[in-house]
Design a protein around this ligand. Structure first.
Ligand code: ADP
Length: 448
């Protein structure tokens, strides 16, 4: 086992990783920018190193500084959290070259899954259902019209180098295709410096359902069920729940085992998430995240498995300690992402938290690095915490969530807590009847 882990991240996830390390008896090193000197992850770690100025590029993304921090402190492993360098294959390789363990999958797997076209081809080869579409990038010599006709309209033109939904255009019919191609090409070129495009069937009202996997890199892999993350704003998840209100037991088993078999074939190591769009009973692969996800606690709440603990054990060379038959799903969990934002227009609201009172009680978990008197810096994303609630049923979970949101006080800044109070009044939410466009439509109707 490792003796000292450097946590290359900040905020709630740095704290989450730190907690797992402490429970394993492993020493922790926090790194921080000058803007985060007062952060909770810095206070709770055994040691801390300042790695640069506020800009993430010069601190949390600064590989030479992170390496130096490992050298100074003698850390033998790095946990990247999510975001920042967590899906950077080069970072994983550089660490390994310095005999420091990257707590994550192999650089090769990070690279494959980081390339949208390669990821889709790999998923297909592994037997994972994908969205019908072009075989890789559309070449200049290809007849894009014939490809689109074959797929069937509406189609979605996507940038191979895409990210954050940029370079994506819908063509409803043949008449729209040329415009969709040229605007997507221009957008992709400007955003990514790469204008390669591919075409997919456009799904009109899908849900976002993702499967959590765990592999030991030795050919053992299991799934830990799904999370439904359909409630999104601008492709950012806002509310996540497990299990999905849209799936039954046999659908869950079927997609879960397809994914677990695929991960065994791949000899995948560590935690990963296979993301799908789900429509009319069918799953369509969109991407694989080769890291821990923001919403991992809902899976932990219904399985009782500590995903970060497993990640660390596996990175240290251990085999899976659990088999598929050991995984059972108990009750229902919902996570609300609490952002420091105006709940009406989502503009960031950094500043000092003058009063802070998180909820508590049975089935309640708050993952957050903030405290009373903490100043939220304006340089990073606006997530200040996650409220995760568990109940024996979805109804009980929602009743408990309502109670928790009433208790939750964050003064001095604006937060998205009122948005969740509103959502809990909504009949569609109560019924679990929502797709990936539902939240945007709801917000639009509310602002009218
Ligand atoms: P990016 O890497 O740019 O985020 P993704 O492929 O993950 O691109 O897609 C981003 C989002 O776009 C998805 O979460 C989904 O909301 C939507 N999307 C992607 N592919 C399709 C599709 N074929 N049909 C409908 N919506 C899609």
């Amino acid at each position: 086992m490792f003796s000292k882990i450097l946590i290359a991240n900040r905020g709630e996830i740095a704290l989450r990783v730190l907690r797992a390390c402490k429970e394993l008896g492993i020493q922790t090193v926090a790194v921080h920018s000058t803007a985060d000197a007062d952060a909770m992850h810095v206070r709770l770690a055994d040691e801390s190193v300042c790695i640069g100025p506020p800009s993430a590029r010069e601190s949390y993304l600064n590989i030479p500084q992170l390496l130096a921090a490992c050298e100074i402190t003698g850390a033998d492993a790095v946990h990247p959290g999510y975001g920042f360098l967590s899906e950077n294959a080069r970072f994983a390789e550089i660490l390994e070259a310095h005999n420091i363990t990257f707590i994550g999958p192999t650089a090769e797997h990070i690279r494959i899954m980081g390339d949208k076209i390669e990821a889709k081809l790999t998923a297909e080869k592994l037997g994972i259902p994908v969205v019908p579409g072009s075989d890789g990038a559309v070449k200049p010599t290809d007849d894009a019209h014939a490809i689109a006709r074959n797929i069937g309209y509406p189609v979605l033109v996507k940038a191979a180098a895409g990210g954050g939904g940029r370079g994506m255009k819908v063509a409803k019919s043949e008449a729209d295709l040329d415009t969709a191609l040229s605007t997507a090409r221009a957008e992709a070129k400007a955003a990514f410096g790469d204008d390669a495009l591919y075409i997919e069937k456009y799904l009109g009202k899908p849900r976002h359902i993702e499967i959590q996997v765990l592999g030991d890199g030795k050919g053992n892999a299991i799934h830990l069920g799904e999370r439904d993350c359909s409630l999104q704003r601008r492709h950012q998840k806002v509310w996540e729940e497990a299990p999905s209100p849209a799936l039954n037991e046999s659908q869950r088993k079927e997609i879960g085992s397809i994914v677990a078999v695929a991960m065994r074939k791949l000899k995948y190591r560590g935690v990963g998430t296979i993301e799908f769009l789900y429509e009319d009973g069918n799953f369509y692969f969109i991407e694989m995240n080769t890291r821990l996800q923001v919403e991992h606690p809902v899976t932990e709440m219904i399985t009782g498995i500590d995903l970060v603990n497993e990640q660390i054990r596996i990175a240290a060379g251990a085999s899976l300690s659990i088999e598929q038959s050991d995984i059972t799903f108990e009750g229902h969990a919902i996570e609300c992402r609490i952002n420091a934002e105006d709940p009406r227009n989502f503009t960031p609201s950094p500043g000092t938290i003058t009063y802070y009172h998180p909820p508590g009680g049975l089935g309640v978990r708050v993952d957050s690095g903030v405290y009373q008197g903490y100043r939220i810096p304006p340089y990073y994303d606006s997530l200040i915490g996650k409220l995760i609630v568990h109940g024996r049923s979805r109804v009980e979970c929602m009743m408990r969530l309502r109670r928790c949101l009433d208790e939750f006080v964050v003064d001095g800044i604006q937060s998205t807590i009122p948005l969740f109070r509103d959502l809990l009044q909504n009949q569609d939410i109560a019924n679990g009847m929502y797709d990936i466009h539902w939240l945007e439509k709801y917000l639009e109707a509310k602002s009218d």
